[in-house]
Every structure is written in structure tokens, then in C-alpha cells.
Design a protein around this ligand. Sequence first.
Ligand SMILES: *[C@@H]1O[C@H](CO)[C@@H](O)[C@H](O)[C@H]1NC(C)=O
Ligand SMILES: *[C@@H]1O[C@H](CO)[C@@H](O)[C@H](O)[C@H]1NC(C)=O
Length: 218
Amino acid sequence: MEMLGIVGVAAGAVAIPLAAVSTATSVAAISQGTSAQQAGAQGGGGAEPKDDPRLAKFSLRASCDAAGKHLDGKIVVLRNRKLYLDDSDPAHRTFDDGHPFSGFYLDYPDAKALGLVSTISKDPPELNWIYADNDTLELKYGNKTASKDHIHAPWDWTDDQGALMLEDWEGFVALEESPGVWSVNYDQDEDHLQEIHGKTRCVVEISLQRRVLKQPGS
Ligand SMILES: *[C@@H]1O[C@H](CO)[C@@H](O)[C@H](O)[C@H]1NC(C)=O
Ligand SMILES: *[C@@H]1O[C@H](CO)[C@@H](O)[C@H](O)[C@H]1NC(C)=O
């Protein structure tokens, strides 16, 4: 089902339950921007996100210990095909092209594991898969073709549902690409990315805290 990762999805369509999303007809409905209300009216029933907390949309905020104090509270934004940290206050953003992460968990096609999607712009609210690049370990967003040969699952939450996990742990770090520009990376080898960058980059451990966004109309 190639189109699943790239369809233009109306904001309301996030409420379509996982079971429905895996059928071709529903995917077609999503790509036509079917709203949650419409999906419910068409007999889907139980299409409210609160029925399946995995479908609740959330933003992501970095939480760091003393070593990363200056990054604590920054939010994850999507730009330039990658995930970066930026100020939570729009008036103090570093990037004017960043789109705040706004995503939810969704079965990754054929993987039998949870993937993670986010809108990539406000309008249209198109969804992309979030994945870690197999070679650079940078967190990126892209369609299914772009994500399928990389680390695209399993995404999860911690026991208290408060923080994001990939491959069953919170192995995220921020890496200073250039002065003041911090990308979000997956420290798969638990070496602060030294195998990739040596000791040339500043790397800080971060936890990515989920903040469930208020659904329109709820
Ligand atoms: C998927 O994304 C890639 C870029 O990563 C692009 O070249 C390709 O055309 C996209 N595929 C579809 C079906 O849109
Ligand atoms: C991704 O990396 C793993 C080892 O970490 C390797 O086994 C796998 O073949 C790689 N996949 C691609 C598409 O490079």
C-alpha cells in the first residue's frame, strides 16, 4: 500500500482507527480528506481518538539534564527532510521554515510494528513517516519509499506514555550540526554518534516528551 505514507490527509482524518486505515477503501478515503466525523457517520463508529490513545496527536518537547540545559524545553520541528530542535515560542524560532512535529502512532505497512507519522506542513496537512537514517542515524521524515530501508519501527511510548521510544528505548540525542543548529538523532550504538562523527560534534542526550494536543471539537 504505497500511498499510505504520502497521502494528503485532512487534519480530522487522524481519528480513523488503525483497523480501518489498513483497508484500501479507507486509504482512499483518507487521501480524499475524509474527516473523522464523516468516517464515523459512514458506520466506522468509535472513530474518536480517545478510543485509541495511539491515535492521539502529540507534539514533542526535548527534556535534558544539566549537560543540555540550553536545549531543555525546545520543541521538535520538521524542515529540510530532518527533525531539529527549535524554540517553543514562535517569536524566538531559529528556523522560519520549521513545522512543529504533530504526529501519532500508526501501523507501518507490512511491518507488524508501530510506525510514527507527522504532518509536514500546516496546509496541506500531509503525513510522512518518521524514521532514523540507517547510515547517519539522523531522524528524518519521508514517504514510504524513503523510509522503508531505514529504521522506521518499532516506535513506542514509555510505560507512563510520557516519552517517545524507538526500538524499545529512549536513545535520542541532539547533535550540533552548525553553531546553534541542533538536529535530532538516534544513538543506536550508544556511543554519542562517535563512530559516525568522531568527537567533532557536540552531542547531548535528550528525552522526547509527548504532549498530547487537544483535538478540535473535544
Ligand atoms: C517519495 O519520496 C522521494 C524522495 O524521498 C521522491 O523522490 C519520490 O518521488 C516519492 N515517491 C512518491 C510516490 O511520491
Ligand atoms: C541498515 O544497517 C544494518 C546494520 O546496522 C544493516 O544490516 C542493513 O543492511 C542496513 N540497511 C540498509 C538498507 O542499508
